[in-house]
Design a protein around this ligand. Structure first.
Ligand code: B12
Ligand code: SF4
Length: 499
């Protein structure tokens, strides 16, 4: 392995800022740089007073009314209300902004005084304006900046972000095994070797790097630099694979991101070794599997059931699964009992809608009755469940909402949390591509604008204005609130809000 003669120093800024556990990609980058002998300072916004975005837990008593207000303000025909709402949301998305942001900028400037050779920023797109301020400070300090993150997969996004004069280059790819080379080249100041995924300021667009196939070449994430005392408990995020074994849902933006393209899995032994590593390093027993669908690779899924508690005594964990249509989805009562015995206490799954017709047009690959059976098995196995649903898919009307509400009312004693949202349309999804081709007059649904800087796509949906539709929403919000008002079982409470 190439070792630099004198250690290169990198300042790594984590703008994925989450309030519950250390950030996985930032841990990977830190480990990868250290493996090459590069010194790394990780700057976590949470450590310097910038709030992470909270995940909802138990609903407040007034939750039903605040959800109705949120729904109304998002869908009203009054464009001034919608505009005001967008402004408020953008402000709060930037992490509570205000004081938190200025203390982050101050800490960043302080870190620049230590003269790092390179700044690396891992960012979600909502932090564009903040990144603009940070890179300007780096530019004034004469320090090159390499930018990356999960959502730089579109040419327009990269072009817009490269307009900030302090950004030296954007890498649109999984950088697990090549980040050190890029850092050393930037530090040497002799220009960067062209590579797939790399766009240098002023140069031609480098596209997206192909997906990383040898996941075991990636180091275990190094979580030593995170503000462990700022988290309510000690949780580590794990990934056994990248992408989703189903991967076809039309609206899904996860499978078009940098790391979500194509399904790739690690071996069970490599995953178990990593679990043991984090247990030894940080004494963690709580794990959040960030896989899009942990039951994609049934060998790894079942290895967790048999070996999780052998490698981490007393482990508790949470994950997301997809109730698909394979004959064996690994979700039988026997499987779920084995998973519970191995410490699985919470499962999230996306049903999206209770209407079989809508599920077909979304290519969701699931059926409401199969999800019901899964919920019932999970309940019997003693695992708490969380269901995600959304309204507003093109073609949805009051009758579809009624199917979803009936499903939830039937299952309300089987499910512990419901996350009910409105459709978000994202760039690069099959849904957006099909909407661009269609005539909005056909179904009263149209895309109002696309902002490639933030990947915010506004749309109008005439169906939501019908009285019967609004009544359907109220019914759905009522049953959702009833479910979310209940406290979560004590054995699963440590992982509430982790996913
Ligand atoms: C797990 C997950 C979560 C978890 C954990 C989040 C965390 N911060 O750890 C939870 C469920 C809590 C969560 C919450 C949210 N999430 Co989330 N989440 C994901 C998910 C499914 C996987 C992320 C992950 O771990 N990826 C694995 C790593 C290995 O991949 P990666 O992040 O892409 O990093 C690689 C490359 O991008 C590159 N890279 C990354 N950074 C850098 C930096 C440099 C310098 C370089 C060279 C390369 C590089 O190399 C990395 C290693 O391979 C992604 C979907 C997806 N497929 O990415 C969404 C995603 C990241 N989330 C997203 C969002 C919007 C959110 C929320 C804001 C949602 C909300 N409104 O509440 C919150 C914000 C919470 C927060 N501040 O962190 C968006 C971000 C979109 C955007 N426009 O930027 C994504 C992409 C989902 C989507 N498709 O819209 N999330
Ligand atoms: S199952 Fe989930 S992660 Fe997979 S494509 Fe569908 S929505 Fe995306």
């Amino acid at each position: 392995m190439f070792m630099p003669p004198t250690a290169t120093r990198a300042l790594l800024l984590d703008l994925n800022n989450f309030a519950r556990f250390p950030t996985l990609p930032v841990g990977i980058i830190a480990a990868s740089l250290r493996r090459s002998g590069i010194e790394v300072q990780v700057l976590s916004p949470l450590a310097v007073g910038m709030n992470g975005i909270p995940r909802p837990g138990r609903a407040r008593p007034w939750g039903y009314w605040s959800e109705r207000l949120a729904w109304w303000s998002a869908t009203t025909a009054n464009s001034a209300v919608r505009k005001a709402r967008r402004r408020i949301r953008r402000f709060s998305a930037e992490g509570g902004a205000g004081a938190g942001t200025s203390s982050l900028i101050a800490s960043f400037e302080l870190a620049l005084k230590e003269s790092p050779d390179v700044v690396l920023i891992s960012s979600y797109l909502m932090y564009h304006d903040l990144v603009g301020e940070l890179v300007e400070s780096a530019r004034l300090a004469g320090c090159p900046v390499l930018l990356g993150g999960p959502a730089f997969h579109e040419h327009e996004t990269r072009a817009a972000w490269l307009k900030s004069p302090g950004v030296s280059a954007i890498y649109a790819g999984e950088c697990d095994t090549n980040v050190s080379e890029m850092v050393l080249e930037l530090a040497a100041g002799k220009g960067m070797t062209p590579r797939a995924g790399l766009t240098v300021a002023g140069g031609a667009d480098g596209g997206i790097a192909p997906p990383l196939h040898d996941l075991e070449a990636s180091p275990f994430p190094d979580y030593a630099d995170f503000p462990w005392d700022s988290y309510p408990n000690r949780i580590v995020s794990m990934l056994t694979a990248r992408g989703c074994g189903w991967g076809r849902c039309t609206f899904c933006s996860d499978v078009v991101t940098i790391n979500g393209r194509g399904f790739r899995s690690r071996s069970s032994s490599h995953v178990l070794e990593e679990l043991r590593h984090h247990y030894d390093q940080h004494q963690v027993r709580l794990f959040c599997f960030s896989d899009l669908k942990l039951n994609s690779d049934l060998t790894v899924w079942r290895a967790l059931h048999t070996s999780m508690r052998e490698v981490v005594p007393g482990a508790k964990w949470t994950c997301a699964i997809h109730v698909g249509s394979r004959p064996d989805e690994g979700l039988s009562l026997q499987d779920l009992k084995a998973a519970r015995a191995a410490g699985l206490v919470r499962i999230t799954t996306g049903l999206e809608s209770g209407s079989p017709d809508l599920l077909d047009s979304m290519k969701k690959g699931t059926r409401p009755e199969r999800v019901r059976e899964f919920l019932s098995n999970a309940k019997e196995a003693g695992i708490t469940t969380r269901l995600t649903l959304f309204t507003g898919y093109p073609g949805e009307d009051a009758s579809h909402l009624a199917e979803t509400a009936s499903f939830l009312e039937d299952c309300q004693n089987l499910v512990d949390r419901v996350h009910l949202s409105r459709l978000s349309i994202r760039m690069a999804t099959p849904l957006l591509a099909s909407l661009k081709k269609e005539d909005p007059a056909d179904h009263g649904f149209s895309v109002a604008y696309i902002d490639p800087v933030s990947d915010e796509i506004a749309h109008t949906n005439n169906a939501t204005q019908a009285r019967s539709y609004r009544k359907g929403i109220a019914r759905l919000l009522r049953v959702t609130h009833r479910i979310n008002r209940r406290p979560l079982a004590d054995f699963a409470a440590e992982l509430e809000g982790a996913m």
